[in-house]
Ligand binder design. Structure first.
Ligand code: AMP
Length: 192
């Protein structure tokens, strides 16, 4: 199994790159942001709870997010592995993910691929995305900046944990989409 943690600040291209990795390696993507947005649209109790955090650019509490992830992993799938997009974002979640992958998939995280993009480009990309996506958290510069600050404050420790395990690889996230994908593919292929 190939289990990838796709890592990078909001606007770094995780969604786009996840799509290409999925096709290349027959993986299933689990995006906690997408799962929250789905629940918000359906107005489920989970969605209503998550909305109050998401619209301020804050993180949803760890336990709520982790329970949702476990539910998703329990669904049957014939994929070769998973891409975790948007999870883990804290050191608690990183430790949870190790346990969850062990218990639910009898496997382990293979690699943490980190897309590196400077802040100025992130803000520009997110403002542009907000114009078409209708995402409230992509439409105001202050909320966007808060999401980026939250990301660096809490997720730096996630990178540190994967570094300690020798599983952390940074890839430049600025450039042609296909070129960035090729660099990511090469890192995954090195695992075999
Ligand atoms: P994303 O689409 O990954 O940028 O996620 C959108 C929003 O959903 C984030 O700004 C958080 O409020 C929330 N969210 C997504 N994943 C997580 C997570 N792993 N832990 C806490 N909150 C999350």
């Amino acid at each position: 199994m190939i289990n990838i943690v796709l890592f990078g600040p909001p606007g770094s291209g995780k969604g786009t790159q996840a799509e290409n990795l999925i096709k290349k390696f027959n993986l299933k993507q689990i995006s906690t942001g997408d799962l929250f947005r789905y629940n918000m649209k359906q107005e489920t109790p989970l969605g209503i709870l998550a909305k109050s955090f998401i619209e301020k650019g804050e993180l949803v509490p760890d336990q709520v997010t982790t329970d949702m992830l476990v539910e998703e992993l329990k669904k049957p799938s014939d994929c070769n592995g998973y891409i975790f997009d948007g999870y883990p974002r804290t050191s608690f979640q990183t430790e949870c993910l190790d346990e969850i992958v062990k218990n639910e998939l009898h496997s382990e995280i293979s690699i943490c691929l980190s897309l590196v993009v400077e802040d100025k480009i992130l803000v520009e990309r997110l403002i542009n995305r907000g114009k078409t996506s209708g995402r409230k958290d992509d439409s105001e510069e202050a909320i966007i900046k808060n999401r980026i600050v939250e990301y660096y404050k809490k997720t730096a420790e996630v990178a540190e944990l994967y570094k300690q395990q020798g599983k952390y690889v940074e890839v430049n996230g600025v450039g042609e989409i296909a070129e960035i994908s090729e660099k990511l593919f090469a890192e995954v292929e090195k695992l075999n």
